[in-house]
Ligand binder design. Sequence first.
Ligand code: SAH
Length: 415
Amino acid sequence: MRVHLTATAAAAVRRGHPWVYRDGIAGGGENAVQRGERRRGERAPRAAGAAATGDVVELSAEGAPFLGRGLWDAESAIAVRVFQRTQAPPLDERALAERLERAFALRDGWFAGRDTTAYRLCNGEGDRVPSLVIDRYDRAAVVRLDGEMLAPWLDRLLPHLARALGARGVRSIGLRARAPSSASGDAEGKKLAHLHGPPLPDRLFVREMGVAMEVDLARGQKTGAFLDQRDNRARVRALAAGRRRVLNLFSYAGGFSVAAALGGAGRVTSVDSASAAHASAQRTFRENGVDPAAHEFVTADAFDFLEKARARGDRYDLIICDPPSFAPSERARPRALGAYRRLHTAVARVLDRGGLLCAASCSSHITAEDFLATLDDATLERDDLRVRAIHGQPEDHPTLPAWWEGRYLKFVVLE
Ligand code: SAH
């Protein structure tokens, strides 16, 4: 099966961008796939026809008979995920298993020992296995597919996965159902299907640099936890020493909260609209030997909370603000920038002089410069803060030079 690309799409593939959008196909989408296949006299196919989701396609362009190979998706806006730009080896489950083994071997080095038992084993495109994300939670691994093109491959890949992960102490493998678009934590049902090994626990404790953390595999966000904030949680732990009052907005399962408490903060206030998240955070506090009663858990809208806190005259000397993505698409960008500004203005009003502000954004459509503009003097209505550091995602969430979409996480420390 051959897919002929436009010059622009071909240039992106050459740079190593792993996606071909449907409008990057010369002659427009479905029919281009057919062109090389249809015999004379055959009727033009009505729909995507010959190429089914998950089929291997060869990419070509004007003056480039072979650009690479990828997998076809008949439905999504991303029509092809590019796996290789060389003729050999063939694109089959063995080639994919080799790439996965490489990804796993890197983690063996990064996470040797038992201090950290939860991490991303494969970051899809960033590990050159497009669409396949695998997170490890101690003895369990959770697979998530972005798009459907690898779904038909899963049965063939599973024995390879079970072998490679089993050798590393993973006993159970589950499949995360597509996350609902809602950012709320109150999921109605389980989002995890069993793939291999003993049944997966609904909830378990993992360790992150020695800190215990409860993970809700069945109903939690992402594949259960926000593993991408691991290094930033450790940073907050270090920054919290000697802080009297810490505010963690959008606290979810309390990862930043427990980090601050363990780091020596006096009193930590966690704010999230989902009460189930607080229950999980409190179990995590206890597991780490911290009494949750010495801290505060508020179920509220973060904007409302900030308004009231300001009216009460409450002030904090460390604030962590890590909201859900405000810009899920390019179209949502202007509105998202406005929302970040409103949020940061409100946050700055309850930040003590001499206080620290950690502001995060997990939207790839908001660049670091965009995000910093929502933290400028005009927005914060003050002129005493400097950017101490700008952090991103950790090494187990690698990206590719040409795949800017993969670099979504910003974590700005202002002081
Ligand atoms: N900081 C967390 C991840 C935050 S995820 C961590 O590192 O683990 C976003 C969280 O924001 C979710 O728990 C969701 O329930 C909460 N949330 C979404 N909208 C909210 C709002 N308007 N006010 C308060 N919490 C909100």
